[in-house]
Write a new protein. Sequence first.
Length: 235
Amino acid sequence: MPRKSLGKPGRPAANLERDARDLLLAAATELFAEHGVAATTFAMIAKRAGLTPAMLHYYFTNRDRLLDVVVEERLAPLIASVWTPVQAGVAPKELILGIVERLLAGIERMPWVPSTWMREVLNEGGLLRTRVLRHLPFEKIRILGEAVARGQASKTVNPNLDSGLIGFSIVGLVMLHLATVSFAAEVFARKATAAEVMSRHITGLLLDGLRPPSPARPRKTRSTRSLDTRGNKSK
């Protein structure tokens, strides 16, 4: 992937340093999504960025520091942008629509997130897992769960749902769909799903799952009149 040049004359040194650092971070996150953290070397990152491994060491010292920065400056702000607007007293449908919309918008800006999230956060051995857990907004997740529980109590939300898992389900659906969109397009021989279509699909799955089950209807008999033991219709 072509990178912008850092060699333009007249650029302030501070801007050049910021550009170099951003290029290295962008290269690192792309490679993490493609190969995983463990398989990505400093040499690979520097080559992708068009810079030297020495510059990578200068800005990030070692891999642990690089992973800290990826979480603190990329994933943590995304998590905050998705969950900070969640407030108590809002209907579960509105909360879910907002979360999905903001998460999809964030992923559109950072398309490397879903693959990295699946591999390095959800996976038990993921190298970003512990770092990301520190930034999860458990209070906001609790607010969402309580909204669903209130809906269940008022019989407007499916009682079979586990209100404590709703936040996990939303993020899981979005990440899984976005991480596998190219695979799905290849398997089903179709164009990659547009963002708007994906948003409708995911929110449709979630919101239809929120609906309480319809009351069971009595089975229809062959006649409105019952049959006596000899097969004669009663009057």
